[in-house]
Ligand binder design. Structure first.
Ligand code: NAD
Length: 483
């Protein structure tokens, strides 16, 4: 269609994200015919690469996806490289000339997507120059994709946003939260609002508590320098986890438009009750840091490269959130995320209340939504045990997507880039959501920054510190996913 014509300008084209995610995502769209032939990509970064070398790099990044070598090569021909230091204003002239040339060559008609896949400290500079040096076109759309982290707290994110807003309006900005591009995350709204059985039970009368687990088995790998300044709270809770919380608890939107969905999500984030963060068992948020594993084979966080050996940075967070509305006040939402946990999984467990009659000693019904790496839904119900009497046993209805189905499903970046091409902002975080999330998270950060004595440790490859279990036990709840 007309509007898929676009010139992508990728800042940070030699980086890890571009290689691992962006080129494969653009190729998948090309393979599926979702990108018209009227597209071109300019990759920019400091290194001095030729177009030929860049095209080799692009081909290398899509190696596993290639069915036809010829088709892949015609894809790679759409890529050009421009060595560029984003701080040097002269370079934007060269970039503009190349952009205008490609626009003509591929009949792109002015549509531009600027992908900022670089350190956020450059976002302000880049967007300023794009506007000042007229890389922004008059005849087509101009959209900016922004990677995380969007600031490190409310103040810095506000400063960053103000800087970007000097050159681009909110409706031109696409803040990536790749969780929002995941099939099973998008499925949450479909599942909630298309099944009367579920919709009618999605309330405080039926639900006892909600649990969200985003666990990683890996440690910090090569990202020690970044991570030690960030920690799990900023890296995972402010964005991915609070986004999932809002999708799980938002009211039914009046329609599936960007504005209506965003409005309901924001209402949840605004309703979050201030978290209580203390050093005793009254706390609603606990942190942890991985120590060496019990068998001594996996090192602890403090032994990782580029990590301060005395660091108090948290690699684990668990929390109890209260959505302070009549609808949800009595339903705790527990979240848990961390590195070097026993298993890699992203999942949601909805724990329903037991029946109120004396007929049975029933176990709570449980609905689990598996986000990744397994994708699917599991519903655990009570069932009569075969044989005499009226005894119960749990039975599980399980619908896991097959490996092939998962493999063939569009990947998050692929879906999100397509959304940008189509001008659909529904699955991107609005500034209001980002700001409100930071304000919530900042309160926890502030308390933890004052706790300078120590941090609870957990052995690598376990499900976190015991404090995370105590958090639920106090409400007579327990984590469903045991790792
Ligand atoms: P990276 O360090 O691998 O790449 C950074 C890129 O920026 C390189 O191409 C480098 O040449 C370029 N660059 C740096 N300074 C420059 C300058 N002055 N002028 C021109 N180019 C310059 O980083 P990455 O891992 O690709 O991440 C890019 C962005 O995506 C970051 O904001 C990061 O936080 C975010 N992100 C990355 C991942 C990931 O998995 N890698 C995941 C989520 C978010």
């Amino acid at each position: 269609s007309e509007d898929t014509k676009a010139l992508f300008i990728i800042f940070g084209a030699t980086g890890d994200l571009a290689h691992r995610k962006l080129y494969p995502a653009i190729y998948r769209l090309y393979k599926k015919g979702m990108l018209s032939e009227s597209f071109a990509v300019i990759g920019t970064a400091r290194r001095d690469w030729s177009d030929e070398h860049y095209q080799e790099v692009v081909l290398d990044s899509i190696e596993d996806l290639i069915d036809s070598k010829e088709h892949a090569e015609s894809f790679a021909k759409h890529f050009r490289y421009q060595s560029h230091n984003v701080k040097d204003s002269e370079h934007y002239h060269t970039l503009k000339e190349l952009a205008d040339t490609l626009d003509e060559e591929y009949a792109i008609e002015g549509n531009r997507i600027f992908y900022l896949s670089m350190s956020p400290s450059f976002f302000g500079t880049i967007t300023h120059h794009l506007r000042e040096q007229s890389l922004v076109t008059e005849n087509g759309f101009n959209r900016v994709i922004i990677e995380k982290p969007f600031g490190t707290d409310f103040d810095s994110s506000k400063a960053l946003n103000d800087e970007i807003n000097d050159s681009f309006d909110e409706d031109q900005l696409y803040r990536i939260d790749h969780y929002l591009g995941k099939e099973m995350v998008q499925n949450l709204l479909a599942m909630r609002f298309s099944n009367r059985l579920i919709e009618n039970s999605w309330n405080k009368d039926s639900i006892s508590n909600i649990q969200i687990t985003l666990s990683e088995d890996l440690g910090v790998e090569e990202r020690g320098e970044y991570y030690d300044k960030s920690g799990a709270l900023r890296d995972m809770v402010q964005n991915h986890m609070l986004q999932v919380v809002s999708l799980l608890t938002m009211k039914k939107p009046a329609s599936f438009t960007t504005n209506n969905v965003r409005k309901e999500k924001l209402a949840i984030l605004k309703a979050l009750k201030d978290p209580k963060v203390t050093q005793d068992d009254k706390t609603e948020f606990v942190r942890g840091q991985y120590a060496p594993s019990e068998d001594g084979k996996t090192k602890g966080y403090r032994q990782e490269e580029k990590v301060d050996p005395d660091t108090l940075t948290e690699t684990f967070v668990a929390g109890k959130l209260t959505i302070d509305t009549d609808e949800w006040r009595d339903v705790p939402v527990y979240i848990r995320t961390g590195k070097r946990l026993s298993e890699k999984t992203s999942r949601v467990d909805i724990v329903f209340r037991s029946t109120e009659s004396d007929l049975f000693s029933d176990q709570p019904t449980l609905l689990s939504v598996l986000i990744s790496p397994d994708e699917g839904i599991e519903l655990t119900l009570n069932n009569k045990k075969i044989g005499p009497g009226m005894h119960l046993e749990p039975t599980q209805l399980s619908n896991l997507r097959s490996e092939d189905t998962v493999k063939d499903s569009p990947e998050a970046y692929e879906k999100l880039i397509l959304d940008v091409l189509n001008g659909d902002e529904t699955h991107f975080a609005h500034w209001g959501e980002v700001a409100t999330s930071w304000k919530y998270v900042d309160q926890i950060r502030k308390e933890w920054d004052n706790m300078t004595e120590s941090i609870p440790f957990y052995p690598a490859l376990t499900m976190g510190p015991k404090e995370a279990d105590v958090l639920l036990e106090q409400q007579n709840h327990k984590w469903i996913f045991k790792g």
